[in-house]
Design a binder for this molecule. Structure first.
Ligand code: PXL
Length: 285
C-alpha cells in the first residue's frame, strides 16, 4: 500500500509532551509520514507550568506552503491543533490550498479545558474557530470546547440528550464527524460520544476511568484517531483505538508511581500497543 501522509499544523512545546512532540511520534509509529508545520516554538506548554517563552512563527506559515507549490504534496489528511488567534485564518487558507477531494480535514479546537480557556485566549478565538470548523470533515473537541463553541454554559453533569444537542450544533458548523472525548457518562467510567451526521447515528465508547486529569491526552487522542482513520478504520473503530491508546498511556504513567500531571503521560511505552491495536482492528475487516 502506498505510504500515507499527514500534514499537521500546531505548536512545538519543547517540554511537557503535547502538540507536535506527540503528533510526530504517534503518526510515525503507525507507518505514516507526518509533516509538521510548527506555528510557534515554546519552552513548554502553558497549562501547569509557571511561565514560558516562545518564538512566534506566524509569518513563516504561508511562505512554507509557497515553497511547496512545485512539488507533489498530496496529503491524505491535514489537521490543526493548538493555534494562536491570528493563525486560525491562515490555517483556513492552508486547508483550502492543499486539500483535494480525498483529503480528510481534522480540526481539534485545542483552546480550552476543565471549564476554562487556555491562557491568552478570548471569545475572538472561539468565533474564528467556528469559521475553521466550516471546512472540517472531523472535529474532536473536549466538553469545555464543545460548550464554548455552542454557547452552552459549562457543566460536568450533562445528560446524553444535552450532549447530543451540542454535537448536532457542532456538526451544523461543518464537520460530518464529531467526537467528544474524556466524558464521564457513568460512574467510574470515561468515554467518548460519537456522531456520524451522514447516517445521523450517535454512539458511545467508554472504559474504566483513572482518577485525575492528564495533560496532552487530547493530542494523543487526535493523532492516534487520525492515524487509524487514514489507515482505513471506520469512525467508531478509530475512536476505540484512540481511546484505548490514551487509556493505556495513562496506565503506563500511573504504574511508574506518582505522575507529574503537567509533564504529560508516558505514551512512548504504549506505542507498540497502538500499532498492534490498529493492525488487529484492520484484520477484523
Ligand atoms: O495540547 C494543548 C496545548 C498545546 N500547546 C500548548 C498548550 C496546550 C495546552 O495548554 O499550552 C502550547
Amino acid at each position: 500500500m502506498k505510504q500515507k501522509r499527514v500534514l499537521t499544523i500546531q505548536d512545538y512545546s519543547c517540554l511537557g509532551r503535547c502538540s507536535l512532540t506527540e503528533y510526530l511520534p504517534v503518526v510515525s509509529s503507525c507507518g505514516i509520514e507526518c509533516v509538521g508545520i510548527p506555528t510557534a516554538v515554546l519552552s513548554n506548554h502553558t497549562a501547569g507550568f509557571r511561565s514560558w517563552t516562545y518564538a512566534d512563527l506566524t509569518e513563516y506559515l504561508l511562505p512554507t506552503i509557497d515553497h511547496w507549490e512545485d512539488y507533489n504534496h498530496f496529503f491524505d489528511a491535514i489537521s490543526s491543533g493548538y493555534l494562536g488567534t491570528d493563525q486560525v485564518d491562515i490555517v483556513s487558507q492552508i486547508f483550502r490550498r492543499l486539500k483535494t477531494e480525498k483529503t480528510i480535514l481534522l480540526v481539534d479546537p485545542a483552546f480550552a479545558d476543565s471549564g476554562k480557556l487556555y491562557p491568552g485566549f478570548t471569545k475572538e478565538h472561539i468565533d474564528k474557530m467556528r469559521t475553521l470548523l466550516s471546512l472540517a470533515d472531523v472535529t474532536l473537541p473536549n466538553l469545555t470546547e464543545a460548550c464554548l463553541l455552542t454557547d452552552t454554559p459549562y457543566r460536568e453533569d450533562f445528560s446524553l440528550p444535552e450532549i447530543d444537542r451540542m454535537m448536532e450544533k457542532l456538526s451544523s458548523f461543518g464537520p460530518k464527524e464529531v467526537v467528544i472525548s474524556g466524558l464521564s457518562l457513568s460512574k467510574g467510567k470515561v468515554g467518548c460520544r460519537i456522531l456520524d451526521s451522514r447516517t445521523k447515528t450517535f454512539s458511545t465508547y467508554q472504559t474504566k476511568s483513572y482518577p485525575g486529569q492528564y495533560h496532552g491526552t487530547g493530542d494523543l487522542f487526535a493523532s492516534s484517531f487520525l492515524s487509524a482513520r487514514i489507515l482505513g478504520l471506520g469512525l467508531s473503530s478509530s475512536v476505540e483505538v484512540a481511546h484505548d491508546f490514551v487509556h493505556r498511556s495513562i496506565k503506563e504513567t500511573i504504574e511508574e508511581g506518582k505522575p507529574e500531571l503537567y509533564y504529560g503521560v508516558e505514551f512512548e511505552k504504549a506505542l507498540p500497543y497502538l500499532v498492534r491495536k490498529i493492525k488487529n482492528q484492520l484484520s477484523k475487516g
